[in-house]
Design a protein. Sequence first.
Length: 390
Amino acid sequence: MRTQVCIIGGGPAGLFLSHVLHEAGIASIVIERQTKAHVLGRIRAGVLEAGTVELLRRYGLAERMDRDGMPKDGTRIFWEGKDDFFIDVIRWTGRQMMVWGQTQITEDLYAARERDGAAMLFEVENVALHDVEASPFVTFEQDGETKRIDCDFIAGCDGFHGPSRMAIPADIRREYERVYPFGWLGIMVERPPMKELAYAYHSEGFAMASRRNPMLSRYYVQVPATDRVEDWSDDRFWEALHRRLPEHVHGEIETGPSIEKSIAPLRSFVAEPMRWGKLFLAGDAAHIVPPTGAKGLNLAFSDVFYLSRALITHYAEGSDHYLDSYSAMALRRVWAAENISWRMTRLLHVFPGEDPFDQKIRQNDFDLLVGSQDVQRAFAFEYMGLPFED
Ligand code: APR
Ligand code: PHB
């Protein structure tokens, strides 16, 4: 087989890239290790930056989001079971975010790709990248047969555990990482959510209230990284959540039996560069953020925006300007998202071993935020994500 761009990974990054390239008349093949049902079964964060919302609209993927998504003006922060603070992001940035699930976006991407007759291969095994510096090709096995795709470029959209990043030589690749000593225990409940998405700091640990739709709530509490789901009955979960949220909002929490319960570890990770020869990384293949800022999907989309523009400019105008600047440009946005995600994680979680000095600094960070419009404006600017570069 031969194509212009071989896309490894059929998650949001790979699917969105193949969609945008198709609109520009560029051929691609997506190869995915799992089944489509498996990809759609993953549960992940769902807050979209205004830039992501605009990309979905521009590429005809926004119909359901505009009908069922919940526009979000800002973020509520509860503090020590007392303060109830709202950061008015739309006021400080003039831009509106959207609460809309990644699963739904991925469903809409698959629908669009199937409608357009996309080439997508599922349940591929032993994917390997070859000759990425000169004449790239990808080999893999499917239904017991070895197959090969020759291409002009490889897009590594295969998530944190995929093989693409490893195709960058070890002496070139640099990796930066923080692994946090706690995770998020999340539950899904078929009950109306709290009216606003809310983060909570409490000296017992972080908690959060989110939503999937008007009848489906998503809640989280911080737990030690060593805890297992079996340690957490529904009752224990609800008790912890209530203790960490102020009493005056308890009436907004509608409890019920959990229909899903899982623990997600928290990690910050960046691999540089994001390009090696004809190989370009996008999304979780190159970087991971802790979920605190809900930046993961937004970064995958902004990488794909930069990468698709670079490939389109290459084919349409014969200019490699954007291909050559892809890694540096994408990484500027990535590091800004890593920065705000790390600072929000530090602000809102209890770290084992922290001392009174750490606690005073955290309290002062919150006091500055509440007390200063300048600090609120700066926070809102970063929380919205950097604007795309020309
Ligand atoms: N061969 C083919 N496909 C692979 C391989 C492989 N060896 N390894 C992994 N994949 C597939 C995975 O099965 C997955 O479907 O690559 C896909 C990568 O998808 P994601 O992990 O969802 O990553 P990405 O598309 O970059 O989307 C980023 O996911 O983790 C969240 O918060 C993050 O929202 C962000 C989004
Ligand atoms: C979620 O809805 O799952 C969610 C929302 C915001 C976050 C993290 C997770 O920061």
